[in-house]
Design a protein around this ligand. Sequence first.
Ligand code: AMP
Length: 153
Amino acid sequence: MPLAAYRRILLAVDLTEESGAVAERAAALAKSFDAQLHVIHVIEPLSLAYGADFPMDLSVVQEQIQAQAESHLAEFCAGVGVPAHRRHLIFGRPETEIHRIAEQDDMDVIVVGSHGRHGLALLMGSTAGGVLHGATCDVLAVRVGPGAHQTGG
Ligand code: AMP
């Protein structure tokens, strides 16, 4: 039986320096399957991190974070050649929102970066692990960070 083609690929980025390496792999996958590449970045609300009873109005800081993420995501997507209508900037928990958009927009595969952590960090979990658990489509974890294997073109 021939391998089913990926038609829609969801690249999840945290917009750190490592996102470029993950994007390269996702773009190559999209090219080889002639698939549509989408990009998602999730902004974690400060209230989730600090609790709603934080003794300060965080809304101004939150707006600044959003504005910065918007321009950073636009710049990143322009570099990868992903048009505006295939960019998803969402508020919430990364794993939850990545799953939600993947299901809602009928993605065939989610591409995430993975640090291959061990020890305490592994016990505490990672976004890649969270995305893998509960995903209803394929997940490609691209190894990033120190020790990541570089593949040549
Ligand atoms: P982490 O486990 O947090 O180091 O993240 C590993 C990978 O999870 C990143 O390379 C991204 O693919 C994805 N990821 C982490 N945070 C986010 C986020 N806020 N929005 C979208 N994807 C994310």
